[in-house]
Design a protein around this ligand. Structure first.
Ligand code: PLP
Length: 397
């Protein structure tokens, strides 16, 4: 086993510093390490396995499609692209979809669409177009997405990045009003910030942003790559305020934890700025991705995972808020997306929880993010509550 760690560390680039824990197997909300120890997964590969690990229906779709045809370039049509497109468009209530592969590519695509829309529709001079992002966001690691980041340690040394990105505090509508001007083409936000620490905006903030965008003819881009598809107890986290963005970005669990696929969804009046040759992706919308994603969406709906997220998430939140501990400064969340904010470093507590069979990970140093697969059941929730209570009530030992 130690050989596994040594081998990996010897050859891995050093951009990660993983815990010394190697997983070998997963099913539903449970995972097993290489030694056979079982854990309840409250990381879910960062909200990728919402449908649970190794879901049999999703695996079946993958296997069946992989024996038929896996790759068709977008120079041609394929059998299931349209089926997937109709499904995801109807789910998001948008007319058009553009499939990509990873989350950050969806963000890149949205930046391109927003800039082209600014140029074509708003007649903004190309070099002056501006985008507003929220402080504490996470939109991905490629250069365009990275340009939206307000975290200097993510950007240091990688410049020059895209210019004309401005930042408002997440939840501060007055700052947004002050930043918006004739050059502004889009506001991009996560309706609930994930990496930023499970940050929920103040009530009516999303509605106020929608209004501001309408008044100023600015696109509202909702990055739902992490919080979309049931994670927060709604299909889309924007629904918490009944707001429709101009562009939805999806990724992560859109591929059912099995295959990367991401999506950019918008109505035709926005999407039409892309014409043949202006954008593309070799793997985007390939038959294997579509087959897996169709199954992933079917599972989400047929197994009522959004409702499960809402109900069990509320139960989990209620129980966690009862924990009596001087090191907890806040417990917040929506659906099965919960942040426990501590007054000190969270990592030692995460390690204790892992020791006791609950996988979790800290973010921003002092926040424990709890995001189990949406297939988690009551019994497993009880175990999660038990372990977290035990570790946080007693504190670090
Ligand atoms: C994970 C994430 C991304 C980036 O997705 P990748 O697949 O890692 O490129 C973008 N936005 C949000 C909100 C995310 O959580």
């Amino acid at each position: 086993m130690s050989n596994l760690f040594e081998q990996t560390d010897q050859y891995s680039s050093d951009n990660y510093s993983p815990l010394k824990l190697a997983l070998a197997k997963g099913y539903g909300a449970k995972v097993w390490d290489v030694g056979g120890k079982c854990y309840i997964d409250c990381i879910s590969g960062f909200s990728v396995v919402n449908q649970g690990h190794c879901h049999p229906e999703i695996i079946k779709a993958f296997q069946q499609q992989s024996q038929k045809i896996t790759m068709v370039s977008r120079a041609l049509y394929s059998e299931n692209l349209g089926i997937w497109e109709e499904k995801i468009c109807k789910l998001a209530n948008k007319e058009k979809v553009l499939p990509m592969n990873t989350g950050t590519e969806a963000v890149e695509t949205a930046i391109k669409i927003a800039r082209k829309w600014g140029s074509d529709v708003k007649q903004i001079a190309e070099s002056t177009t501006e985008i507003i992002a929220m402080k504490g966001n996470f939109h991905g690691r490629t250069l365009g997405s990275l340009s939206l980041s307000s975290q200097d340690n993510y950007k240091q040394g990688f410049g020059p990045l895209l210019n004309n990105v401005h930042y408002a505090d997440f939840g501060d509508i007055e700052q947004l009003k002050n930043l918006i001007n004739e050059q502004t083409t889009a506001i991009i936000l996560e309706p609930i910030q994930g990496e930023g620490g499970v940050n929920i905006p103040p009530d009516h903030f999303l509605q106020a942003v929608r209004k501001l965008c309408d008044e100023n003819n600015v696109l509202l881009i909702a990055d739902e790559i992490q919080v979309g598809l049931g994670r927060t107890g709604k299909m889309f986290a924007m629904e918490w305020e009944h707001v429709e963005p101009d562009i939805y970005l999806l990724g992560k669990s859109l591929g059912g934890g099995l295959y990367p696929i991401s999506a950019i969804l918008a109505n035709q009046n926005v999407m039409e700025v892309l014409t043949p040759g202006t954008h593309g992706s070799t793997f985007g919308g390939n038959p294997l991705a579509c087959a897996v994603s169709i199954a992933a969406l079917d599972v989400l709906i047929e197994e009522k995972l959004v409702e499960n997220s809402k109900n069990l998430g509320q139960k989990l939140l209620n129980q966690l808020q009862l924990i009596d501990s001087h090191i907890i400064s806040d417990v917040r969340g929506r659906g099965l997306f919960i942040g426990i904010e501590l007054t000190e470093e969270a990592k030692p507590y995460c390690l204790k929880m892992i020791e006791k069979g609950v996988l979790c990970k800290e973010t921003q140093g002092n926040i424990i993010r709890i995001a189990p697969p949406l297939v988690i059941n009551e019994q497993e929730i009880d175990k999660v509550v038990h372990v977290i209570t035990e570790v946080l009530e007693k504190g670090r030992q």
